[in-house]
Design a protein around this ligand. Structure first.
Ligand code: B16
Ligand code: MG
Length: 216
C-alpha cells in the first residue's frame, strides 16, 4: 500500500525545460559551440548540472579542466537564475495544484525528489511549498539519478519505507533511480511510454486510476 508520493520537480510539477535550454544555449554560444540543440537538451532532463554540462561540451573542439567546468556550470546557473526571476505559478503544469490537494486529502504524504539545487527557489516562486510535506533536492545529495539517493532521502524525511513510496518521474534516469531504490514508479511527460515505469500517464492531470495505483 502506497503511503507517500515523491514527485520529481522539473517536467512533473513544473515546466523549466525551456529556461534550462535557453541558459545552456547562451553558455554554448559564448563558448563557440553552435550545434547545441533541443535533442541535446532532451538528454539533460533529470540529469545533474555537471552531467548536463558534459552533454554541452560533447560538441566542443577543446577540452576544459575541472576548475573551468565548475566556472562554466556556475555561469550557466547565473543565466538560469536570471530566467527564474520571471517565474511565477504559471510555470506549474496543468491542474497540478488540484491533484496535489486531492492526494493530500486522501491522507498521502507528499514530497519532492529533484536533482535541482534550485528546487527551493522554484517551489517558493510557484507557491507549491504549502502543498508538500518534504523536499529532497540536489542540495541534500551527492549522487545524481539514476542513483536512488534523492528518493531515499525523500522517503527518509517522510519516515516511510521505500516500498510504501511511489515515485513520479518524467526521465528514464529517474525511473531507474526509483527501481534501484525499491519504489514503485509512475512515468509522465512526453516520453511516458518509453520510460519503463510501473504505471504511465501523459501527465498528472491524466491519471484516472489513483485508487489502483495506491493499493498496490
Ligand atoms: P540545477 P528534476 C533536474 O530537475 C532537471 O531536469 C535537469 O535538467 C537539471 O540539470 C537538474 O535538475 C539540475 O538542476 O542546475 O537547477 O541544480 O527533473 O530532477 O526536478
Ligand atoms: Mg524531471
Amino acid at each position: 500500500m502506497i503511503k507517500g508520493i515523491i514527485f520529481d520537480l522539473d517536467g512533473v510539477l513544473v515546466s523549466t525545460d525551456e529556461m534550462h535550454y535557453q541558459a545552456w544555449k547562451r553558455l554554448a554560444e559564448e563558448l563557440g559551440i553552435t550545434g547545441f540543440n533541443r535533442e541535446d537538451n532532451r538528454r539533460q532532463r533529470g540529469v545533474s548540472r555537471m552531467a548536463s554540462l558534459e552533454i554541452v561540451l560533447e560538441k566542443s573542439d577543446r577540452t576544459y579542466t575541472d576548475e573551468e567546468k565548475i566556472e562554466l556550470a556556475e555561469r550557466k546557473n547565473e543565466y538560469y537564475l536570471e530566467l527564474l526571476e520571471q517565474m511565477d505559478d504559471s510555470a506549474v503544469l496543468e491542474n497540478v495544484k488540484a491533484v496535489l490537494a486531492g492526494l493530500k486529502k486522501r491522507g498521502l504524504q507528499l514530497a519532492v525528489g529533484s536533482a535541482s539545487k534550485n528546487a527551493p527557489i522554484i517551489l517558493q516562486k510557484t507557491e507549491l511549498m504549502p502543498l508538500l510535506d518534504e523536499v529532497s533536492c540536489g542540495l541534500d545529495t551527492t549522487r545524481s539519478k539514476p542513483d536512488p539517493e534523492v528518493f531515499l532521502v525523500a522517503a527518509n524525511k517522510l519516515k516511510l519505507p521505500a516500498e510504501e513510496c511511489l515515485v513520479v518521474e518524467d526521465s528514464a534516469a529517474g525511473i531507474e533511480a526509483a527501481v534501484a531504490g525499491g519504489m514503485k514508479s509512475l512515468g509522465v511527460g512526453p516520453f511516458h511510454q518509453s520510460l519503463g515505469a510501473d504505471y504511465e500517464a501523459e501527465n498528472l492531470n491524466h491519471v484516472t486510476d489513483w485508487e489502483s495505483i495506491l493499493m498496490n
